[in-house]
Write a protein that binds this ligand. Structure first.
Ligand SMILES: Nc1ncnc2c1ncn2[C@@H]1O[C@H](COP(=O)(O)OP(=O)(O)OP(=O)(O)O)[C@@H](O)[C@H]1O
Ligand SMILES: [Mg+2]
Length: 485
């Protein structure tokens, strides 16, 4: 790893400012970081301690703010060490059950600054992102019908609550959905009406003095709850209802309720001022609870990053997601398309390509989503890997070139002693051929050093960056090494 000496004066957040150098004449700048990074490598190949560590430290030394999601238990300690070394331990906010940091996400979404605050569609997208990840993990499909039906359920729940009561809580959403009519008999049953929270809200909303447009919203909402919802097939209804209730259940008790549904003393916007937020609810320890909380916070953080005015505050912010296959959602791709202008530097680390495809429930559509997402992470670093799909994908990405080959042929007699039977009878000489070959063969990725003492703490990587020809090699890829420590 070469750290280039500063030769030129740069403003702290100048996009051309080098963060680190992958080779003597090949700096990696803030601009490059803003275009996103994907690190691939098998377990133990040196993703975290090699390229990950070098990039993480460059962000901290550069004064970036950031959000760190955690899958493994030791990630908190690793980042505490990085921050201590970079002299920014004071800026590290650790969200954990013991730290006392709380974030009431619904309160935040309803009351935050910005024109979109409290809009039904924004809340629908927020809940849908959590439901999407829950569905992925339970092996369900993200089929478009499920998506439409789930969004419709969320939209009508939120609208009913906001029109009738002017406030929304997780508990009330849960109550609306679980007391909605299941068939037409319910709708006509006065006993059901008396005990249904859903019906009581409809009654309350009807008595309100509403604007014309709110009245239209209410008419649609009532039609949904009293006609469409009971008319859904039992199977569809039970799938969408149980996706919601099992997710809501997590937020209605224990750690998630305390941390995400009570008060707020930490904001995603802290990172815009240089704060580094680490959510210490690693999936390995907290399972689904850790996943829901982190995907929720990530989504809200991404939106806050998109909203900020970078011309007033040009400080880059980073999103760090190790074991990223756990956290990927369809919103990531959307976010990544504008991340550069928000100066949001995403770094995703995962073992291999199939991890992402499986996370997005497999199939052709998942593959297309993964390709689109990876296409928007411009810097790709490949460490040692035995996964054939990833290695071939990497070789394809780096592409093939016409390679010129000379063959020396020998033997011209028919004496039967020639070593090359196919040349028998031909004139000896040199022939030239051109073939389209991989610049980096897939098996090369199996031979990279993985760090550790036997490799002098060196981790090899092959770097590709969309549209870049590296000065050192004159090619579109670069071999480099990272020092662990
Ligand atoms: N500071 C260090 N000194 C010596 N060896 C190290 C150091 N840091 C990591 N290693 C070793 O280097 C190898 C690569 O470790 P690392 O954790 O970076 O891999 P990884 O690609 O992140 O793996 P995973 O997918 O499991 O997270 C491992 O064998 C690890 O034990
Ligand atoms: Mg790792």
């Amino acid at each position: 790893m070469f750290f280039k000496k500063k030769q030129k004066h740069y403003e702290p957040f100048d996009l051309e400012r080098p963060l680190l150098s992958f080779a003597k004449n090949d700096a990696w700048t803030i601009r490059d970081a803003c275009e996103g990074t994907q690190i691939f490598g098998a377990t133990g190949s040196g993703k975290t301690s090699g390229s990950g560590q070098a990039i993480a430290k460059s962000f901290l030394n550069g004064g970036f703010g950031g959000l760190i999601l955690t899958a493994k238990k030791d990630e908190r300690e690793t980042w505490e060490k990085y921050c201590r070394e970079a002299g920014c331990l004071d800026a590290l906010f650790i969200i954990s059950p013991k730290s006392g940091y709380k974030f009431n996400f619904l309160d935040y979404e309803l009351n935050r600054a910005g024109d979109g605050a409290g809009h039904t569609e924004n809340l629908v997208s927020l809940f849908f992102t959590i439901l999407e990840i829950a569905e992925q993990k339970s092996g369900g499909s993200s089929d478009p019908y499920w998506e439409r039906a789930t969004k419709q359920l969320l939209r009508n729940t939120i609208d009913l609550l906001s029109i009738a009561q002017g406030r929304i809580s997780m508990m009330d959403m849960y109550k609306v959905i679980t007391t909605a009519p299941l068939d037409y008999e319910d709708v006509q049953d006065t006993e059901w009406a008396k005990h249904s929270f859903c019906y009581q809200l409809i009654k309350q909303a009807k008595q309100k003095n509403l604007s014309h447009s709110k009245k239209m919203d209410l008419d649609f909402t009532i039609r949904f709850w009293l006609n469409e919802f009971p008319n859904l097939s039992d199977r569809t209804r039970s799938i969408i209802v149980s996706s919601f209730t099992s997710m809501a259940d997590c937020f209605l008790r224990g750690v998630l309720r305390d941390m995400f549904c009570t008060e707020t003393n930490i904001f995603p916007e802290f990172t815009h001022e240089g704060g580094i937020i680490l959510i210490d609810l690693p999936i390995k320890e907290y399972g689904q609870l850790g996943l829901f909380a982190q995907v929720l916070f990530k989504y809200i953080w991404q939106q806050a990053a998109e909203r900020r005015e970078v011309h007033k505050n040009p400080r880059p912010v980073f999103l760090w997601v190790d074991e990223s296959q756990n956290f990927i959602t369809s919103y990531d791709q959307q976010f990544q398309t504008t991340a550069r202008s928000s100066r949001a530097c995403t770094v995703y680390l995962t073992q291999n390509l199939p991890n992402y495809i499986t996370a997005l429930a497999g199939g052709g559509e998942a593959r297309a989503k993964v390709d689109a997402f990876l296409g928007n992470l411009q810097t790709k670093i490949f460490h040692a890997n035995g996964d054939h799909k990833t290695n071939t994908w990497a070789s394809d990405l780096i592409a093939k070139t016409w390679q010129y080959r000379s063959n020396v042929s020998s033997g011209s007699s028919n004496d039967g002693k020639t070593f090359f039977p196919e040349t028998t009878g031909k004139q000896s000489g040199i022939s030239h051929s051109e073939a389209l070959n991989y610049q980096v063969l897939p098996h090369k990725f199996t031979q990279l050093r993985k760090g550790g003492y036997k490799n002098n703490l060196l981790v090899d990587g092959i770097i590709f960056q969309g549209g870049r020809i590296w000065n050192t090699t004159g090619k579109n890829y670069l071999y480099t090494s990272f020092k662990q420590g």
